[in-house]
Design a binder for this molecule. Structure first.
Ligand code: NAD
Length: 391
């Protein structure tokens, strides 16, 4: 079939196998060209390994530091007439390339929140890696079923305490308008913490520790977004911010049990991913950020951020902020960048969007997540969605 993007709201329901493989290869090239990253931690478990920051983490550790990896993600396999999810193609492309480079790459597709998938991952670690030195937690999900009682929780991305009125962007039409979002109820806020907070991270570390598959001196990382004051009302001070604050609690709890290097929250910059495009207000901020950071020569996507995390921030003595976090959002949150973003944000409307922000590049980045719009890919070719490209 000829595979084209089918966009529904903030997701694309199709993915291109050759485009996804090309996207994975470009990220690998980025790391390989920059050269080796010395690391004593090269047996790695990546939770949320198939897209965004998790995929970038798997690529950087494998191709920068010769790591062997077990990855876990929740993805959809293809059928004869329906494409797989992008992450499923990314996983296959990654495995092929990692194995060709002589690395172990085992991927488990299933619900990371469940006991069954934790047990499967532990078995895979035992058989293929022995133990792990590094655990990267990069799961982003709207729902979680608590394995203890089977109750399902759904996150609500809303302000907390008071309603918020903000500018927002329809990325389909390019229209800038105002939205008012009502605050979450206490129940919705608690559910969001249950889904995106630190509880599952703690459960993973406890399960891995009980099974004896955590190496002495292991490290684990969990990714957060603190972000610009422009997004605080909807993010940092909203329900997601509450969930992210719970990561700091979980990190402290893990450190108390396993030592000071056992858990770090890493603050990363805003990038276009499937998770971030679903958050109100964030896409408008993203179009502005892309334009300003490119003008300043400081543009970064997930692979550049995670490469900088492992290549610079995790080398030698760690520099932590007051809350014990590692900061890779330093360029985004620099005074110069934030002043310019705030200046433009105040003026932004539908008519001047093209001048102040970069919606075409945002759209391009969004489509790339699903393997579309990559140079060198023949999108007119007849492709079998069930055949994974060998290269
Ligand atoms: P993403 O949507 O690209 O990736 C999410 C990953 O989670 C995928 O691999 C998906 O398969 C996996 N996943 C979802 N539900 C799962 C489940 N039940 N079981 C197993 N795997 C599951 O998201 P992302 O933007 O890369 O986010 C990863 C982390 O980085 C999140 O904690 C997010 O808050 C954080 N972060 C994101 C940004 C941003 O701008 N995108 C900025 C800073 C921090």
């Amino acid at each position: 079939m000829i595979i084209e993007p089918k966009i529904r709201g903030f997701i694309c329901t199709t993915a291109h196998p050759v485009g996804c493989a090309t996207n994975v290869q470009r990220q690998i090239d980025h790391v390989v060209i920059k050269g080796a990253i010395p690391s004593p931690r090269n047996r790695v478990l990546v939770l949320g390994c198939s897209t965004g920051y998790g995929l970038a983490s798997r690529i950087v550790t494998t191709f920068g530091s010769d790591a062997d990896t077990v990855g876990v993600s929740f993805e959809r396999a293809p059928t004869p007439d329906k494409t797989a999810s992008a992450g499923w193609y990314n996983n296959r492309a990654f495995e092929y390339r990692a194995k060709a480079a002589g690395r172990v790459a085992v991927t488990i597709e299933g619900d990371a929140f469940s006991d069954a998938i934790k047990a499967e991952a532990i078995e895979a670690i035992r058989s293929h890696l022995g133990q792990v030195d590094l655990v990267v937690y990069s799961v982003a999900s709207p729902v979680r079923t608590d394995p203890k009682d089977g109750v399902s929780y759904r996150s609500a991305i809303k302000p907390y305490g008071a309603p918020v009125t903000s500018k927002t962007l329809n990325t389909g039409t390019g229209e800038v308008s105002e939205i008012s979002v009502e605050p979450a109820s206490e129940e919705e806020a608690a559910a969001t913490v249950k889904v995106m907070g630190g509880e599952d991270w703690e459960l993973w570390i406890a399960a891995l520790s009980d099974a004896g598959v955590l190496a002495d001196g292991f490290q684990s990382l969990n990714y957060t977004y603190l972000g610009s004051e422009l997004t605080w009302p909807i993010y940092h001070k909203g329900t997601l911010g509450k969930a992210k604050a719970d990561l700091d609690r979980a990190a402290a709890a893990i450190r108390a049990k396993h030592g000071e290097h056992a858990a770090h929250v890493v603050a990363l910059k805003a990038v276009v991913t499937q998770a971030s495009s679903a958050i109100p207000v964030v896409p408008l901020y993203g179009t502005l950020l892309i334009k300003v950071e490119d003008e300043m020569g400081l543009g970064e996507g997930p692979i550049q951020q995670i490469d900088r995390l492992f290549r610079d921030k995790l080398q030698g003595e760690l520099h932590l902020d007051d809350a014990g976090r590692i900061r890779v959002d330093d360029w985004e949150l620099s005074d110069t960048m934030q002043k310019e973003l705030a200046r433009r944000w105040a003026m932004l409307d539908t008519d001047n969007l093209a001048e102040l922000a970069d919606l075409p590049k945002y759209r391009q980045e969004f489509l790339k997540l699903f393997g579309f719009g990559l140079g060198g890919v023949d999108y007119g070719a007849d492709v079998d969605p069930q055949v994974v490209p060998a290269k």
